[in-house]
Design a protein around this ligand. Sequence first.
Ligand SMILES: [Zn+2]
Length: 214
Amino acid sequence: MNLFINQRLIKKTFKSGIGNYEFLQLPDIKRNKFYVVIDPGHGGADPGAIGIGGLRESDVVLDVSKRVKKLLSVKGVKVRLTRNNEVDLDLPPRVSIANRTDADIFVSIHANASRGKRRDINGLETFYYTGWRGRLLAKKIQKQILKVSPGSPDRGVRQGRFYVIKNTRMPAVLVEIGFLTGRLDARRLEKSIHRKRIAYAITNGILEYLSRTE
Ligand SMILES: [Zn+2]
C-alpha cells in the first residue's frame, strides 16, 4: 500500500524533468523517524535579493523549499515549512518554530545577490554556525548542490552568524543556491527544471546526513 502511494507521489513530483531515475538514487532512511524544518528565506513585503530580469529571491526559494518538502515526505521524513506563501515572516518566529517543535535539523534556503549586481559573480555556498553536526550537514548539502550546478563556483562551506542558524538549537544551515545577479546562476534559477534539480540535491544532502545519524 505504502509503496503504491509512494510511486504515485513520485510520478506527481516528477511529471517532467529529471525523472524517476535520479529520484530512485535518493538514499533510503528509516521512515517516520526524522522531522525537518525548512525555512524559505524572506517573503511578502521582503522579496530578498532581486536578480536579473526581476527574479525575486523570495519566490525562487519558496518554490525550491516546497519541492524539498515533497521529496522528503516521499522518503518518510516529516517536514514543516516556516512559511507556505508570500508572507513577511520575521526571523525570531522562524527560529521558534524549529525550537518549539524540537526539529532534528533546520535548513534555511536563500539565493545571493552580489554588490553592484555584478553578472560575473556566481557560485554556491552553505553556512553553519557551530558544531560538527551543522558542519557535516552543510558539507553534504554543498556537495550535492554543486553537482547539479556545473560551472558555478564552489564558494565553500563556511561559518556564518546569521540569526536563524545562530539561534536554532538543532544542527542548522543556511544554503545559498546561487547568485540571482549572476549571469550563469540566474539563467538557471529562473527555470523550474533547475529549481527541481536544486531541490533534489538539497534533499539528497539532508538524507545523507540523516542516514549518518540513524
Ligand atoms: Zn536571502
